[in-house]
Unconditional design. Structure first.
Length: 99
């Protein structure tokens, strides 16, 4: 099984890749949204604040392709840490006045 690990500029990529190797999966580092479709499933890691990670996802052009992979193509997607939070419609972490 080819497991795409999304590299949008943040995340514990080394740990995720190593864990997948330990499970005898075939991890693939995905650096471009267009390459997501080449994998059987996807992992969205994340470390840091919701606001920063969401901004990087948007700037890298990942948001709409990620939604398409899941909604249109039925590609399984696992969010880890902040990556799980990014699956929500919005977040309050890092927003003015939160805290």
């Amino acid at each position: 099984m080819k497991v795409g690990v999304i590299d949008y500029g943040v995340g514990n990529l080394g740990s995720v890749l190593r864990a997948l190797e330990e499970l005898n999966a075939a991890p693939v580092l995905v650096n471009r949204p267009v390459d997501m479709h080449l994998n059987d499933c996807l992992i969205l890691p994340g470390v840091g604040s919701f606001t920063d990670c969401a901004r990087l996802l948007a700037q890298g052009g990942w948001v709409d392709p990620l939604k398409a992979e899941v909604e249109e193509f039925g590609r399984p997607l696992l969010g880890i840490c902040v990556g799980m939070q990014l699956l929500a419609d919005f977040g309050l972490e890092g927003a003015a006045g939160s805290g």
